[in-house]
Write a protein that binds this ligand. Structure first.
Ligand code: FPP
Length: 262
């Protein structure tokens, strides 16, 4: 997957094509994580119920997953439902769950065709059995795929994930001397995957909202004003070009101090 695959899916001469051509495919972020936000505001602006914003957001999910796979990202993680979202009205929660099931039914073939490996991360025991079964079936069906890992964070909380990892360390009888950052990382839901290089948040909010707290330690953050239902390939491409302008120092000194001032 690379430039030709992205170009095959964008209109010739479009802004998307221009953005795709600006991407340095040798320096792609390995893992992009997205906080999909703004569905409610998108719906409110159209005098529609909130759930219509979530429904419209499905098209953005489809476009983002497909573009990420075409780009050749190793991992894409989408934040679909947080542990805090359980506090939303029951009607909204069940609408979100049924949209998710609808998405899986409609998209499983595309995930398989694109060699995408599907995972769900979060406190899955809190999900209704029929939702869990459908998710598990999609995980199993795509387990043999060797392309992009696509994580959906569902009933997910970053602090809860860290607590779960600490409990797992105790359960395995690990001694303090056996626990370091690598072993701890291997107890998280994202074990074996690279940490996000780029965290995208839509709808302009400057928060990390309990998302992948451990894993985003060195992620570059890009916030766009675009509301999630309006998010398309061109926004993802723009986020990646912005990421590629950053000087990642990991706490060290700049490799290009003059360039960093430009
Ligand atoms: C945040 O918008 C969005 C969510 C809580 C849900 C995101 C879910 C989807 C896009 C659909 C299902 C997902 C998949 C992966 C198929 P908000 O409601 O908090 O918006 P607001 O801040 O404008 O109120």
């Amino acid at each position: 997957m690379a430039l030709v695959d992205v170009l095959a899916a964008v209109p010739p001469g479009s802004a998307d094509e221009g953005l795709a051509r600006r991407i340095d495919f040798d320096r792609l972020p390995r893992h992009v994580a997205v906080i999909m936000d703004g569905n409610g505001r998108w719906a409110a602006a159209r005098h529609l119920p909130r759930v219509e914003g979530h429904r419209a957001g499905i098209e953005s999910v489809r476009d983002t997953v497909e573009t990420s796979a075409r780009l050749g990202l190793q991992v894409l993680t989408l934040y679909a439902f947080s542990v805090e979202n359980w506090k939303r009205p029951e009607t909204e929660v069940s609408a979100l769950m049924s949209l998710l099931r609808h998405y899986l039914r409609a998209e499983l073939k595309t995930l398989l065709k694109n060699n995408i490996r599907f995972h769900v991360i979060g406190q899955l025991d809190r999900l209704a059995p029929e939702v869990r079964e459908e998710l598990e079936a999609a995980v199993t069906r795509t387990a043999g795929n060797t392309g992009m890992h696509f994580n959906i964070a569902l009933s997910y909380g970053g602090r809860a994930e860290i607590v779960d990892a600490a409990r797992e360390a105790v359960r395995r009888g690990l001694t303090p001397a056996q626990i370091d950052e690598d072993t701890f990382g291997s107890l998280l839901y994202t074990a074996g995957q690279p940490d996000p290089d780029l965290l995208i948040r839509t709808s302009g909010e400057m928060r990390v909202s309990n998302f992948l707290l451990w894993q985003i330690a060195y992620a570059e953050i890009w916030v766009t004003e675009t509301l999630w239902p309006d998010f398309r390939a061109k926004h993802l491409l723009k986020g990646i070009t912005e990421y590629q302008k950053r000087d990642r120092r990991y706490g060290a000194v700049s490799s290009d101090p003059v360039g960093a001032l430009k």
